[in-house]
Design a protein around this ligand. Structure first.
Ligand SMILES: [Zn+2]
Length: 232
C-alpha cells in the first residue's frame, strides 16, 4: 500500500486480501498531519491522539503501527512488525500477519509540557506537579525484528544503508520515545557536547543508550528523564 497521504482508509481492505503468513507493506506520507499541532485529523484517521513533540516522528510511526495491529486483530490476525522506519517525509512498514486470534496490547506515552518529562503509560501527574498529556493508543513493542534487520545490514554493501540498518537494530528494546540533545541542552542550560559523551555517561551509570534513526541529534535510553538531565 503506497497511497497519496494516509493509508488508513485502505488497511481493512488490504488485510482482507491477505492469508495466513501474509506480508503487508504500508507507506504513509501524512507525517505533516501526524506530527502537527492539529490532532483532529489523526483522531479521525487513526483513532489515536498525537502530541506535537520533539519525538513526534516516533509517535507517528507507532500510532500507524497501532492502527495496523488493531485492524489485523479485528480480522483474526496477529501482526508482527518485521521492519519499520522513518525517512525524509514518510514512514514505511513491513508487517507479517498470521492467522491467530489475539488482542495485542497497545499503550500510551505521557508527556509533561512544563518540564519535558516523558514516561511510558497513561499517567496522571508529572513529578513537577504538572498534568501529563497523552499520545496513543500506540504500538509500544519492537517496531522491527532484530534478526531480519541484522541480516539485511550484513547483506548490504552500501555503507550508508548498513549504518542506517544497524542504528535501527540497536534502537529496539527501548521505551517508545527519545531525547533530542539540543532540546535537552536548552532545558539544562549546559553546553552541547558530542553525542558519544552523553551515551558514555549514561552507560557508566548502568543504563542502555543508543543513537536513533529518527534524528541525528537524538538518542534512546532506558534512563529516566531525571537521570538524563543529570548526565547533561
Ligand atoms: Zn513535569
Amino acid at each position: 500500500m503506497d497511497p497519496f497521504g494516509t493509508p488508513a482508509p485502505f488497511m481493512a481492505h488490504a488485510l482482507e486480501l491477505l492469508g495466513d503468513k501474509g506480508l503487508l507493506s504500508v507507506t504513509a506520507t501524512d507525517l505533516a498531519t501526524l506530527c502537527g499541532r492539529n490532532s483532529k485529523p489523526v483522531e479521525r484517521r487513526y483513532r489515536a491522539e498525537t502530541l506535537y513533540l520533539e519525538y513526534s516522528h516516533e509517535i507517528a510511526l507507532r500510532i500507524i503501527l497501532g492502527k495496523i495491529v488493531r485492524e489485523a486483530n479485528a480480522r483474526g490476525f496477529k501482526a508482527k512488525p518485521l521492519f519499520s522506519f522513518y525517512r525524509d517525509h514518510y514512514v514505511k512498514f513491513f508487517v507479517l500477519v498470521e492467522k491467530e486470534k489475539q488482542k495485542q496490547e497497545l499503550g500510551f506515552v505521557s508527556h509533561c509540557f512544563k518540564c519535558g518529562n516523558r514516561v511510558e503509560g497513561k499517567k496522571a501527574k508529572c513529578y513537577c506537579g504538572h498534568t501529563f498529556k497523552h499520545a496513543g493508543p500506540l504500538w509500544v513493542g519492537e517496531t522491527s525484528d532484530l534478526d531480519i534487520v541484522e541480516a539485511m545490514a550484513q547483506k548490504t554493501e552500501n555503507e550508508k544503508t548498513k549504518k542506517f540498518l544497524e542504528t535501527i537494530a540497536n534502537e529496539q528494546f527501548f521505551p517508545p520515545y527519545f531525547f533530542d540533545v539540543h532540546k535537552t541542552v536548552k532545558r539544562t542550560g549546559t553546553p552541547v557536547k558530542p553525542m558519544a559523551d552523553y551515551l558514555g555517561k549514561l552507560k557508566e551509570k548502568g543504563f542502555k543508550a543508543e543513537r536513533t534513526h529518527y534524528a541525528p541529534t537524538a538518542f534512546k535510553t532506558n534512563a529516566s528523564f531525571k537521570d538524563v538531565l543529570s548526565v547533561f
